[in-house]
Design a protein. Structure first.
Length: 563
């Protein structure tokens, strides 16, 4: 059984260095040997200069690195994916593989991209994407973003795979790949990753069409970095005939996982068409009304889908679950423009698999109203106190966001801009209150964004403590990890109990990060004002983070190289 402690991926900003003038030489990925030069093993050391690479002998063909595409082709030809001897097979596998290579080279290259995403190999991902686009091969059949979300790794790559894919797959291509063959969006797959990693729920809870599916895609990779496909514990598990990760291996929706999910959302909103993200309904938890005169498909919005994901965390989550992670995802989505006042046709009884005495019982509800309906169920009283506190906080924050959003729109203070999409996007209008918050002075980046770039979140402009809460949430998942089993899952600076009391008393929302003035300069409309993702050094003094004692469980990663 793996250890219960997460690993930690810490984003760092790349430094700029002045280049050194020298002869530029960029060899191709797989240079062919120069037949006029001797092979390395036959070369006379006295015949070439170690300081002059132009005199070096070429690598032999056997010594050159082969492409992943070639590895797959050779493995098929030599039957390396099976332990059954080729002589015992009813077909000639090598001949079939050779024929397939001639007719399906594009498919093999696409499969190579899939393997690279699964292994989170950023260098290989960029290399293969370059080949795919040079050959004008459509990547949408693979649904690469969904694959990245299914194999999300918050300890080694975080959101970097999504970032690399979004650099190549743009515009109309995103529309072709945003919804997969199951009707699930990329955001849906992030919700599935939460269910997969932090609950005992089976795949059927997210989609009735998964009733015969025994395991989630990507279970062999832990989002918190505690196991991977080649880990001894995984090998032993599969060797004993188990096909799914035991619930006992999983733990609550933790800060490493929260950071990965929220950063992926940030990357998407910085690289993908905004209207596509905001307007596409969720494909999870869909139901059908069986009323004789109705038959309507009951489809949720992304915020409603998030509430249902919270429900499964509450009812099938792990010990110490407090729903802080779902709160973080909720304010992240709303900050990026999701409308908390949107209503969806919902049958609560159908969603919760309850008996209903009314044939057609669906009603229009906002996400906050759905959360409130669930809280009114008798079973809510049996939930753990931490989960009940978390649910009350989630419901209260959604209600506050909905009310503030409607109030802002009623004032008529908004502006319509295209932001690169075919349809206009409603942005919050200028903020009359130009005060910044935090213990540092705002730098140029934050000042420019605050004054000149419109916010997509109406409610954070209207109710500034909601904007400050989002900044505090980011500070929490950027700066705190549980270092040993005796520590809490959240730091001393973030308390769900405090938020519950403030909501109950009608007070402004403020946790320890704001009460102790620990946040760097930020504003309610643009938070810390950074290009995604926000990093530890953007939010707080890095000295506040509990980095000491990680014992090799942290990895620092710079910004991925773009094409």
């Amino acid at each position: 059984m793996p250890l219960d402690l997460c690993r930690w991926y810490i984003h760092t900003r790349s430094q700029s260095y002045e280049g050194i003038e020298e002869d530029e030489f960029e060899p191709s990925d797989f240079d062919q040997p120069d037949l006029d030069q001797p092979d390395l093993d036959q070369a006379d050391p006295d015949q070439f200069d170690f300081d002059d690479d132009a005199t070096w002998p070429s690598w032999s063909l056997d010594e050159q690195q082969t492409s992943l595409h070639a590895h797959l082709r050779n493995a098929l030809e030599h039957n390396e994916f099976s332990t059954t001897p080729t002589t015992d097979l009813p077909v000639a596998i090598p001949e079939l593989a050779k024929a397939a290579d001639e007719e399906r080279s594009n498919e093999l290259l696409l499969e190579s991209l899939g393997f690279s995403i699964i292994s989170r190999n950023l260098v290989q991902i960029n290399r293969i994407l370059r080949q795919l686009f040079q050959n004008e091969i459509d990547t949408s059949p693979l649904h690469p973003f969904h694959l990245a979300a299914s194999f999300l790794d918050g300890s080694e790559s975080c959101c970097d795979v999504v970032y690399a894919l979004a650099d190549w797959i743009t515009g109309a291509q995103v529309y072709n790949t945003y919804v997969n063959e199951h009707g699930h969006t990329i955001l849906d797959n992030l919700m599935i990753s939460i269910i997969k990693s932090h609950t005992s729920a089976k795949p059927v809870v997210v989609d009735d069409n998964f009733k015969d599916v025994a395991r989630f895609v990507g279970e062999e990779v832990d989002i918190c970095g505690r196991w991977d496909a080649d880990s001894p514990c995984i090998r032993q598990l599969y060797a004993h005939g188990h096909i799914s990760i035991p619930s006992s291996w999983k733990h609550k929706f933790c800060n490493t996982s929260i950071q990965a999910v929220c950063h992926c959302i940030e990357r998407m909103f910085n690289r993908m068409p905004i209207r596509l993200l905001l307007d596409t309904p969720s494909g999870l938890y869909t139901r059908q009304c069986f009323g004789s005169d109705c038959g309507k498909k009951l489809q949720l919005s992304p915020l409603h889908s998030l509430v249902m994901t919270a429900y499964h965390l509450a009812t099938q989550g792990r010990d110490d679950e407090d729903l802080f992670g779902i709160l973080a995802c909720a304010v992240c989505l709303i900050f990026h423009g999701f409308d908390p006042s949107v209503r969806a046709d919902i049958s609560v009884a159908a969603l919760l698999s309850l008996d209903s005495f009314v044939e057609c019982d669906h009603v229009e509800l906002t996400a906050a109203e759905l959360a409130e309906e669930i809280m009114a169920m008798p079973a809510f009283g049996l939930w753990d106190i931490k989960i009940k506190t978390g649910w009350v906080v989630l419901t209260g924050i959604l209600h506050h966001c909905e009310a503030a959003h409607v109030k802002r729109l009623d004032k008529g203070v908004y502006i319509s801009e295209s932001s690169g999409d075919s349809d206009p996007v409603l942005f919050a209008g200028p903020d009359e209150d130009t005060r910044f918050m935090g213990y540092t002075k705002p730098d140029m980046y934050l000042t420019v964004r605050h004054k000149h770039i419109r916010s997509r979140s109406h409610c954070f402009i209207e109710q500034k403590d909601l904007g400050a809460l989002w900044s505090s949430v980011q500070a929490e998942f950027l700066s705190y990890r549980r270092l040993n089993d005796g520590l809490g899952w959240t730091s001393q600076y973030f308390s769900m109990e405090t938020l519950r009391e403030q909501l109950k008393g009608g007070k402004d929302l403020a946790v320890g990060y704001t009460e102790h003035n620990l946040l760097k300069a930020h504003c309610s409309c643009h938070s810390f004002g950074r290009y995604a993702p926000t990093m530890l050094s953007d939010a707080v003094d890095p000295g506040l983070a509990n980095l000491n004692g990680l014992q090799g469980r942290a990895r620092y990663g710079g910004e991925p190289e773009l094409r």
